[in-house]
Design a protein around this ligand. Structure first.
Ligand code: SF4
Ligand code: SF4
Length: 115
């Protein structure tokens, strides 16, 4: 089992989750974060920190689990680690709850700055 970052983080990247992770397994893209599934120790402490509700256990994702596992794994291997909360996007609240952001092509593949 692992926890995964899912669709609603896209463009809502407020980074409230990163500082609680005991193993520093969040990785930063330009407008999205991911968790490295192999590094996550399944402690679950990040889940309640995520106001947009984008962090979920893979076991809670049903048919979507494989898709988000692959996305988290892929980008965690190429984006920089992030351990300190940065500045949230100014329009983060406007994107909270917008459905199907990944499938609409709204996730940037560019890396973030990391910390
Ligand atoms: S708290 Fe949730 S929405 Fe915010 S950056 Fe972390 S995963 Fe994304
Ligand atoms: S479940 Fe624990 S180890 Fe996994 S990403 Fe969240 S805080 Fe880090």
């Amino acid at each position: 089992m692992t926890y995964l970052v899912t669709d609603n983080c896209i463009k809502c990247k407020n980074m409230d989750c990163v500082e609680v992770c005991p193993v520093d397994c969040f990785y930063e893209g330009e407008n999205f974060l991911v968790i490295n599934p192999d590094e996550c120790i399944d402690c679950g402490v990040c889940e309640p920190e995520c106001g947009p509700g984008a962090i979920l256990a893979d076991s809670a994702l049903g048919a979507e689990a494989e898709k988000w596992h692959n996305i988290n794994m892929k980008y965690s291997l190429i984006w920089p680690v992030i351990t300190e909360k940065g500045e949230a996007p100014a329009d983060a609240d406007e994107w909270d709850g917008v459905p199907n952001k990944y499938d609409s092509g709204l996730m940037s593949e560019l890396p973030g700055k990391g910390t």
